[in-house]
Write a protein that binds this ligand. Structure first.
Ligand SMILES: *[C@@H]1O[C@H](CO)[C@@H](O)[C@H](O)[C@H]1NC(C)=O
Ligand SMILES: *[C@@H]1O[C@H](CO)[C@@H](O)[C@H](O)[C@H]1NC(C)=O
Ligand SMILES: *[C@@H]1O[C@H](CO)[C@@H](O)[C@H](O)[C@H]1NC(C)=O
Ligand SMILES: *[C@@H]1O[C@H](CO)[C@@H](O)[C@H](O)[C@H]1NC(C)=O
Ligand SMILES: *[C@@H]1O[C@H](CO)[C@@H](O)[C@H](O)[C@H]1NC(C)=O
Ligand SMILES: *[C@@H]1O[C@H](CO)[C@@H](O)[C@H](O)[C@H]1NC(C)=O
Length: 558
């Protein structure tokens, strides 16, 4: 009797080995079919096979999530964030309960029905007409977290809770005042909800250009086409502005005039999700207008020609920033690492293997920032040196240079922290679903280990001040994207691949999935856009708003 489990285990392992052998053959066959163009633009590898230890990793993610969510409920509900060191709360998102609304879709996806219903009930009663704090309201943050959380939860529930759509309309109707008639199609970034008057200041493309998926979806369920039109016209306007590099709009925008401000180009903070949404919007809407997919393809093409560099050590691929004066700044960031998954996704939709492979290469460089540190987690910003330039904006110390010689990047001064961001694990999730290569599962498992080992705070889990030190201290704020993004991407990495299949759902930039129609055979015209008709690039000068990833970071204790 005692022998039996062992022999069954043995038999299972043997048959699994045979299955894996067969699986490798199928994957290679699939790769050839894709090269021959037979599989069109399907994003996910249709023959994904999960190994037997998957459930254990998935359960570890659920445990982390529930631990954090219970701590939030105990110490911070109904406020925005848990502060896991002081066991209290922080209202950084107008006090509407950001963690509940942002975590709602993760609860649905994890099958936590009771907590999900509780969250829906809470969300259906939020009063979005007034900010619960003295802050103005960010149109971008409110759209990607609250509006998207409500809409995606509505879809994931099988459209069971119309109150979610009512709330979505309520908050969008207030935000719609960000678009001021008689100015430009660019919305202002922030609004005073007391008066419904926007704050007059410059904006950036990541804030103005990352509303389209959500506002399109709101139109789908409300029947009010104004929402779609507002957000879509903004993207059309940005995409047709004269640009410093083809397809790569300058970061700054003046909503009063509709013109670019400065000439800064980056795939990182302040620009990132504008590029992300170009291709996702084409996919979610299946529009016949090629502007969105073609602008994305043009941005990728320009990036390969002008921004792509490899590090002199380790040959890591990265996309440098181009500054106002045209010089390249050789840095990358955690936020920017969404680009790897986005290029895999878009490369599949365009049926362009070069773009998919480049996405996989970018993913290697991003993962290297995790694999190289003593915690196994990557920093906020990292510097590189290439053979034709090494300006990073920082003066690397002797230790930085020694670290670089070993790992091919260095931790950027003052940005050695990890703030519970998702992008590296997000791209790792895409890499798994697109290729079926089990290395990406191993990496996700290693990240879960690191989280359990180094991020366990007095309550729940927290960010840390230095990813290359075992005890640098915890950051006393658990942002809602920890619940919405990090833990959802990790969970889905170990989930049945037919659940939230990348050919059926499009993720917003906060990891809230929207249901997509059946894909078209191919996206875009196959041509890059000739921008000469947009006129010469003559930006305004002026201050850009602070979009530093760390604006909301609590002060580091000394
Ligand atoms: C918010 O304002 C709208 C429009 O004035 C109103 O219809 C709605 O009932 C208000 N919501 C709440 C929760 O008071
Ligand atoms: C909105 O009004 C409330 C209550 O009068 C006030 O506390 C808050 O500071 C106001 N918000 C802004 C952005 O002025
Ligand atoms: C549609 O939405 C816009 C923007 O919030 C609003 O001004 C308009 O009144 C809405 N139309 C209807 C018919 O509800
Ligand atoms: C794929 O994209 C790359 C980068 O833009 C481009 O150079 C190449 O021509 C494209 N390949 C095809 C087959 O369109
Ligand atoms: C950076 O480039 C300069 C000029 O080519 C060179 O002198 C210097 O050694 C380089 N520094 C590093 C860290 O590669
Ligand atoms: C799987 O991915 C890893 C990391 O990118 C790579 O080294 C390895 O060659 C890949 N394996 C296959 C079979 O493609």
């Amino acid at each position: 009797m005692l022998q039996e489990p062992t022999s069954i285990g043995e038999a299972f392992r043997k048959s699994f080995k045979i299955l894996m052998l067969f699986h490798h053959l199928v994957i290679s066959l699939l790769a050839s079919l894709r090269l021959m163009g037979v599989l069109g633009g399907s994003v996910q590898n249709p023959f994904l096979l999960l190994p037997p230890d998957t459930h254990m990793h998935q359960q570890a993610v659920v445990n982390i999530f529930l631990d954090c969510y219970q701590a939030y409920k105990q110490f911070a509900f109904p406020h925005d964030d848990l502060t896991p060191v002081t066991k209290s709360f922080f209202d950084g998102r107008n006090g509407w309960g950001a963690t509940v609304v942002d975590a709602m879709t993760t609860l649905a996806i994890m099958g936590q029905e009771e907590l999900f219903i509780e969250a829906v009930d809470f969300s259906s009663k939020i009063d979005f007409n007034v900010s619960h704090t003295s802050d103005t309201v960010s149109v971008f943050e409110t759209t990607i977290r609250y509006l998207a959380g409500l809409l995606s939860a509505y879809e994931l529930s099988g459209q069971k809770f119309p109150a979610l759509i009512e709330k979505a309309k309520e908050v969008a109707n207030k935000m719609a005042f960000a678009w001021v008639p008689g100015t430009s199609p660019i919305p202002f970034m922030n609004i005073d909800f007391n008066t419904s008057i926007p704050i007059l200041e410059n904006s950036v493309i990541s804030q103005a250009g990352t509303l389209s998926l959500e506002w399109f979806t709101l139109t789908k369920y409300s029947g009010n086409d104004t929402y779609r039109k507002l957000a879509e016209d903004t993207v059309r306007h940005i995409a047709q502005l004269p640009a410093p590099l083809p397809g790569l709009a300058a970061q700054g925008l003046n909503p009063s005039t509709g013109k670019s401000v400065g000439a800064f180009v980056t795939w990182g903070s302040g620009s990132d999700s504008y590029f992300e949404y170009l291709i996702k919007y084409a996919r979610l809407t299946n529009t016949d207008d090629n502007l969105f997919a073609d602008t994305w393809a043009t941005a990728v093409d320009s990036s390969l020609k002008r921004l792509a560099r490899t590090s002199t050590v380790g040959n890591h691929l990265y996309l440098a920033d181009q500054q106002d004066d045209g010089t390249l700044r050789h840095i990358g960031s955690h936020l920017e690492c969404f680009h790897a998954g986005n290029w895999m996704f878009g490369g599949r939709l365009l049926d362009n293997q070069t773009i998919v492979d480049t996405g996989l290469e970018l993913n290697e460089a991003c993962w290297n920032t995790y694999a190289s540190t003593m915690t196994g987690i990557g920093p906020e910003i990292f510097g590189f040196f290439s053979s034709d330039g090494n300006f990073t904006g920082a003066t690397p110390t002797a230790e930085d240079l020694a670290f670089y010689e070993k790992h091919g990047f260095f931790l950027y001064p003052q940005a050695e922290y990890y703030y519970l961001r998702p992008e590296v694990l997000e791209s790792n999730f895409y890499a798994w679903r697109v290729t079926g290569n089990r290395t990406y599962l191993d990496r996700a498992a290693s990240a879960i280990n690191s989280i359990n080992k180094f991020l366990k705070a007095p309550v729940a889990f927290a960010g840390i001040w230095n990813v290359n030190e075992a005890d640098s201290g915890f950051i006393d704020d658990t942002e809602s994207f920890w619940y919405a993004e990090v833990l959802k991407y990790l969970y889905l990495t170990f989930d049945d691949p037919s659940h939230i299949n990348l050919d059926e759902w499009v993720f917003n930039t906060e990891c809230h999935p929207f249901k997509a129609p059946t894909a078209k055979a191919v996206y875009g015209s196959g041509q890059v856009i000739d921008q000469s008709s947009f006129g010469p690039f003559k930006p305004e000068s002026g201050p850009l708003p602070a979009v530093s990833p760390a604006v909301k970071l609590p002060a580091r204790p000394t």
